[in-house]
Design a protein. Sequence first.
Length: 202
Amino acid sequence: MDWLLYENEAKNKGYKVICGVDEAGRGPLAGPVFAAAVILPDGHIIEGVNDSKKLSEKKRDALYDKIIDECVCYSVGIATEKEIDEINILQATFLAMKRAVDSLEIKPDLALVDGNRVPPLDTDVEIIVKGDGKSASIAAASIIAKVSRDRYMLELAKKYPQYEFERHKGYPTKLHYEKIYEYGISDIHRKSFLKKVLNNNE
């Protein structure tokens, strides 16, 4: 498989600085949605990089450090649970992506974005369905976003030990729902994702 197919096609079209963009945490019931933007050196593939969902936590952690060491630059953006409730998860994901791209030290002239919807970025955008399994840049961004979010949720687990975030990272697991019904909805839960629970408690 050619991990640099999309990057090379973009270079052939005249783009010079290309970043990969991906998100982590659209589905959880708690915590922010994260996005990452990564610019890799020309023609560079970081060995072992793949869609973050196909990698073990240990492998993701090791690759996270490797990506940061070998990339030209990277950035992480978030949209909070309150922003998710106010503007919906799709728009919040776009906001996190925009914040990630805007924070890059080097301005890209093209963003390769995982997904099937075009986020409003201040650069040209090419969307790639399942791009985290097709593009080296997007795969790197998927790992940075996933590891960044998981580590953030581990920090939240210390502040809110009753919800056991270290075990489910805020995703809608049976355990998480049990903890919500036991302890209620906290200020870091996404209220718009928990309307059924809220209605049952009224």
